[in-house]
Design a protein around this ligand. Structure first.
Ligand code: HEC
Length: 184
């Protein structure tokens, strides 16, 4: 009886060892997933900050708006793409495997996000005081990106666009990517 328990114990030990080794080899993959999910959450918080200021323009503060835009700027583009460089061997990830197959499309959306964030940063820099009418969408202005969808038109059009419009296109960029590349 004692002997049997002893062997059972050993078996459990080597099982634990195997689990530990698997855990170590996929640790790096899990770290990448944790980092990119944390980045996504930080971008969501930043987008919420900006959204709050458009909803209540009296709460607008140029520096805070910029900080939020810069958070998105710094976590999008090549930084975002780089977090999805290889297939994540992690059950925690909601990323779809088609990211690798559709690399160019994924990277383009990540870059669009960055372009919109940069445009928002520039707008806040230009408006250090209260939120100006220039930053707001005009009545009747279409929210979407027209026939081009969420893709950044070109630099002139983007810089001529009110910040609020760029912000809506930015949010649609998040949604566009999630619809194609995130599970659920
Ligand atoms: C280029 C594609 C892409 C863009 C653009 C993008 N996301 Fe994501 N997002 C993803 C993918 C893929 C996941 C799943 C990541 C995972 O679980 O490994 C994700 C996950 C998330 C999550 C869940 C994080 C978690 O804890 O599981 C949030 C929140 C999120 N994104 C918010 C945003 C916001 C807000 C924006 C826009 C400001 C945005 N994302 C833009 C691809 C994108």
């Amino acid at each position: 009886m004692r002997q049997a328990n002893h062997w059972k114990g050993l078996g459990l030990l080597s099982f634990a060892g195997a689990v530990l080794m698997t855990a170590t080899s996929s640790k790096a993959a899990e770290d990448v997933v944790a980092v990119r999910q944390a980045d996504m959450k930080a971008m969501a918080a930043a987008a919420k900050t900006i959204s709050g200021m458009f909803k209540d323009p009296t709460s607008y503060k140029s520096a805070e708006f910029r900080l939020a835009a810069d958070t998105i700027r710094d976590k999008s583009g090549v930084v975002l793409s780089g977090h999805f460089a290889s297939e994540a061997a992690s059950a925690q990830s909601k990323a779809r495997p088609n990211i690798l197959e559709e690399r160019e499309r994924f990277d383009r959306i990540a870059n669009d996000l960055r372009d919109y964030a940069v445009a928002l940063d520039v707008a806040a820099e230009k408006n250090p005081g209260p939120m100006t009418a220039d930053m707001r969408m005009k009545p009747g202005e279409a929210m979407g990106g027209g026939p081009l969808g969420t893709h950044v038109p070109n630099e002139q059009l983007l810089s001529a666009m009110p910040a609020e419009h760029a912000f809506h296109l930015m949010l649609q960029t998040c949604t566009t990517c999630h619809a194609r590349f995130r599970m659920e």
